[in-house]
Write a protein that binds this ligand. Sequence first.
Ligand code: PEP
Ligand code: MN
Length: 337
Amino acid sequence: MIIVLKPDSTPAEIDHVIERIQDLGLKPHVSTGEHRTIIGVIGDESKMQAQPLQAIAGVEQVLPIMKPFKMASREFHKADTVVNVGKVKIGGGHLGMIAGPCAIESVWILDEIAGAVKKAGANILRGGAFKPRTSPYSFQGLGEDGLKFLQDVGQKHDMPTVTEVMDPRQIPLVEKYADMFQIGARNMQNFDLLKEIGQTKKPVLMKRGMSATVKDLLMSAEYVLSEGNPNVVLCERGVRSFEDSTRNMLDMSAVPNVQGQSHLPIIVDPSHATGRTDLIPPMALASIAAGADGVHIEVHSCPEKALSDGPQALLPPKYAEVMAQIRKLAEVLGKVF
Ligand code: PEP
Ligand code: MN
């Protein structure tokens, strides 16, 4: 439920509305705009149904939200949200160009890749230190050492960093070294993790689960937002389908679909969506053309020796080529990065 206050409502009237909401055991989320205040009511709305809130002084309108997600909805927040990752903005015409290796393997390899992607125009460095591998015998990541390398290399190349957090116990470590949390596809519905992440202030890159609907994705974002962290960037990374010539099925329509329903930025990861280096460049371009707020691409200087996702890693010159094309497209669309 959203309570829209009158443009001339007084601070005392607003406080009174907040008290009434709290008395019902619900959580008010106050959004103070230039012209008016809007209060989102978080919690079990049925408690409010019998209350004539419209009768309270200062209240202009009481709007039930039909969607199960509230804070993530366009109704709640009309303008596009812009998420700051260090000094990089994502959303509202700003493109987040995230690139780097799947896993952090050594400080030297990471440094080599970071230098190349930065030169090509990437503005956020990625790299996994905790890897969610299908097999327990595959490389699991360097853990804290990897996070240290990511921080050092990010600072050296003046790029904020993003890395995956798989477990609530890893949050303090990742928070210490990285600029943005990544919630991986496999953890999109790890609700305890989402709640804990929601209690931090760091931006979050929330990847769509491989069998998750767009509504499921927005509900997961709602978990983070409702805990107090408004800095969520969504990521379409393909879903499972019957098609077996690509790693996943890229749902490009998720981009405008999400943007119609939510104010949150959404980027696309054509690397995990297709798993194929020949498909990543055209799908990256298609993502920007579809209105995505950025792309997330895996790059490796020697894919044949990569410890994770080598077959889908672009070589730096190929990444530079697609970035040059994206730059032209972004200019036409009036987007910047
Ligand atoms: C990754 O970004 O390396 C990754 C594991 O992605 P996803 O969670 O989308 O599979
Ligand atoms: Mn990967």
